[in-house]
Design a protein around this ligand. Structure first.
Ligand SMILES: *Cc1c(COP(=O)(O)O)cnc(C)c1O
Length: 764
């Protein structure tokens, strides 16, 4: 039966209606059913080994369009709806966005699942089914508030499997129920799975806000991703969640291994586990425990686990490298403690250097250094961009690199161009079909053929008109969904959307806004109107990040209420930035803000999405920006600021208390900088906001400025002003757009996954 007939039939059976009579919500549920049926009919890929990608987060976004595309029925369904007066995008508005991730790390996991399936490789995700997500962000009085984000409806993408495992916590066993989300692969005809574990009786959402009784277990094990860890109960809950995920996941692996006809002694030959950052690291001792329980000797169990597990490092920020008190693990899963002690003793016997120990600290207060466990007992350690991997080898993990040089490898991140170009920017995708042929959709390297049109004025014009259309679309959605706030589609769209963190330096972007505001007030107008768009969630307990959001929202109000400034400068901040917002904003972007302090952003993936959609990067030479700069050349990117070697040197001096270190006051005193920072105390701004919050941010900037915004702000302003001026030469700018899209094929996650498979997983 063809797809259209089946869709009509589903509508008929479910509602007794013709498609044209169905509401958008009914159509959404009919399409959900159709998509689920087609995915379920697909076989799982086979191979010598099977991959399990363990991650605390999967920021998968809405699935309808993505799955229709992967199933090869996007156009057919879209036409069927148009024929009866409906639109797929209106139908997709009915879909709630799953709230299973936080930022780049979770989105990477989602892109990887998409590419693994598209390449026809056997690989499933393993994670948790959070009911209330990260949190839903709301703004009131220019402050962030957090609310639960319940996203699971009666009918959803979650498929009950009937599979259950018992997770042996110290307080008693807890049943882990397995739910699956199908991951159909584009072009491959197969489907993998995202395995999400859940408790049997999940807790109801907290009445207001995201505070809840963290000791109420097991009900709250799958309530929230990253519960507030500013107190001990919150940190302990994270350990409970992690053990719940890895114990159930490890049992699933051994069950499937047995079903494939292999015993536990063959684990390493038939299974690969990728540990996405340190959250799933307890899978190592848990697997050792399960293998020894199944009769393997300790030596054999350790050998198998070490042939199975591979670790991806995502950050060099010390506060993000998890070190759990051994006492927590004793409290949660005491059966792991002797195993961790054994793993530590073996590592210490082979490598006495205390810097590489797993257990650190005096007896009774020992900390388990999760990354160290991963490196000793994993067979691969990878960073996520060339610069990041170099920094791991030469400084952060140097002592490990000396011991295990062959384990280290780089895998520069990627993004699935199916979601981040085909689905989110159909007009550009269609133009690319015309110019380079539709083969780019299977083989993104072919995008480079777009370079042939560098001097083709018709193509350059089209690129500009597609960008304009995307800006108008984003403006309309923005006006509809964000309290009627209008964006000016004629202005330069300058966008910084990503989690809020001081190292990503939204505060430096805000200083540029202040700079422009003061210039305009002084009668010095920019060459054209500028719209600065932010989107970011701050972790609930991250006070300085919340102060930065407050500053941005106050600046927005100040500028909106000033008729002298308003025609030239806009500031907008989307509430509850998520994948859906990213899909609307990225195709509409002119200038992509990637301004982290050099050495601190491991890779970034937002930068890649913007590049593919023809935005020009304004960035530091950090993470994958370095590789973007190499690919597009200096005329097609704006780079500025201190380089990573210099920053690493400054940080070393600061940590050692040596002079000169970094002294923000020196930069604050510069005549171009002081007025910008002092504007945080300007009566007009303070009148709109919270004096204490603005004061705290001001004080932090001039005394600590941990991520050195003042070091780079002058160079940043100069580079950004240059980009805004260059935007005026429309042909030259269109060429920059063209080069960025043409060179973005390298950042397809299909390329990244092919490399993981070739160098690490060897699935088939
Ligand atoms: C891509 C993406 C990110 C990661 O952005 P970075 O700029 O790499 O930090 C975060 N959130 C969402 C919703 C994304 O789509």
């Amino acid at each position: 039966m063809d797809v259209k007939t089946r869709l009509h039939e589903i509508a008929h059976v479910r509602y007794g209606l013709e498609l044209s009579q169905c509401s958008d919500s009914q159509l959404y549920h009919a399409l959900l059913q159709l998509t689920q049926e087609l995915s379920a009919a697909r076989p799982a890929p086979e191979g010598a080994r099977k991959l399990y990608y363990f991650s605390a987060e999967f920021l998968i976004g809405k699935l309808l369009s993505n799955n229709l595309l992967a199933l090869g029925i996007f156009d057919e369904v879209s036409q069927a709806l148009t024929q009866c007066g409906k639109s797929l995008s209106a139908v997709e508005d009915m879909e709630p966005e799953p709230s299973l991730g936080n930022g780049g790390l979770g989105r990477l996991a989602a892109c990887f699942l998409d590419s693994i399936a598209a390449l026809g490789l056997p690989g499933d995700g393993v994670g948790l089914n959070y009911h209330y997500g990260l949190f839903k962000q709301e703004f009131h009085l220019s402050h962030q508030f957090e609310q639960p984000n319940p996203w699971i409806e009666d009918e959803s993408w979650l498929i009950p499997t009937g599979v259950e495992f018992e997770v042996p916590f110290a307080f008693g066993p807890v049943k882990a129920k397995l739910l699956d989300i199908a991951v159909p692969g584009a072009h491959s005809g197969v489907a993998n799975r995202l395995h999400l574990f859940d408790v049997e009786n999940p807790a109801a959402p907290p009445a207001d806000g995201i505070d809840f009784d963290k000791s109420d277990l097991p009900a709250h094990l799958t309530s929230f991703l990253y519960p507030d860890d500013s107190d001990e109960e919150g940190r302990l809950l994270r350990v409970y969640q992690q053990y719940f995920m890895v114990s159930a996941g490890a049992q699933l692996i051994l069950k499937e291994l047995a079903e494939r006809g292999y015993g536990p002694e063959a684990l390493g030959d038939h299974v690969a586990i990728q540990i996405n950052d340190t959250h799933p690291s307890m899978v190592i001792p848990e697997l050792v425990r399960l293998l020894t329980a199944r009769g393997l000797s300790m030596d054999a169990a350790v050998a198998q686990v070490s042939k199975t597990c591979a670790y991806t490092n995502h950050t060099i920020l010390a506060e993000a490298l998890e070190k759990w008190p051994l006492a927590f693990i004793e409290k949660v899963a005491p059966q792991l403690v002797p195993i961790i002690r054994e793993l530590d003793a073996r590592a210490k016997a082979a490598h006495p250097d205390p810097k590489v120990a797993i257990l650190q600290g005096e007896a009774g207060k020992e900390l388990v250094h999760m990354a160290h466990m991963d490196i000793h007992y994993g067979y691969s350690v990878n960073g996520v961009a060339a610069l990041h991997t170099d920094i791991l080898k030469s400084s952060e993990l140097r002592h490990f690199y000396d011991i295990y040089p062959a384990k280290f490898n780089n895998k520069t991140n990627g993004v699935t161009l199916r979601r981040w170009l085909e689905v989110c920017n159909p007009q550009l995708a269609a133009l690319l079909d015309e110019c380079v042929g539709p083969e780019w959709r299977r083989d993104p390297a072919r995008l480079s053929k777009l370079m042939d049109y560098y001097n083709d004025s018709a193509v350059l014009e089209k690129l500009l008109s597609i960008k304009s259309a995307n800006k108008r679309f984003a403006s309309d959605v923005f006006a509809r969904d964000q309290y009627g706030i209008r964006l000016d589609p004629e202005a330069v769209f300058d966008i910084q959307v990503k989690r809020l963190h001081e190292y990503k330096r939204q505060q430096m972007n805000a200083l540029y806004v202040i700079h422009k505001y003061l210039e305009i007030k002084a009668g010095q107008l920019p060459p054209r109107p500028i719209t600065v768009i932010f989107g970011a969630k701050a972790a609930p307990a991250y006070v300085m990040a919340k102060h930065i959001i407050h500053l941005i929202l106050c600046l927005r109000r100040l500028i909106e209420s000033d008729p002298q400034v308003r025609p030239w400068l806009h500031v907008a901040m989307v509430e509850n930035y998520n994948v859906t917002w990213a899909e609307r904003l990225i195709p509409a972007c002119d200038i992509s803000e990637q301004i982290s302090l050099a050495s601190k952003e491991a890779s970034g993936t937002g930068n890649m999405k913007f590049m593919a959609n023809g935005a020009v990067t304004l960035g530091t030479l950090d993470g994958a920006n370095v590789e973007i700069a190499e690919l597009v050349g200096p005329d097609n990117i704006y780079t500025f600021g201190a380089g990573s070697n210099y920053v690493i040197e400054l940080v070393k001096q600061r940590d050692a208390g040596l002079k000169p270190g970094y002294q923000p006051d020196v930069y604050y005193q510069r005549p171009a900088v002081k007025p910008l920072v002092d504007f945080l105390g300007d009566p007009a701004l303070v009148a709109l906001g919270d004096r204490e919050a603005l004061k705290a941010l001001w004080t932090d900037l001039i005394t600590k400025d941990w991520f050195m915004a003042l070091l780079d702000v002058e160079a940043y302003i100069a580079a950004r002003d240059r980009a805004v001026a260059d935007y005026g030469d429309r042909t030259a700018w269109a060429r920059k757009m063209l080069v960025n899209t043409a060179r973005s094929g390298y950042f397809s996650s299909d390329r990244t996954i092919a490399e993981y498979n070739r160098d690490i997983w060897r699935l088939k």
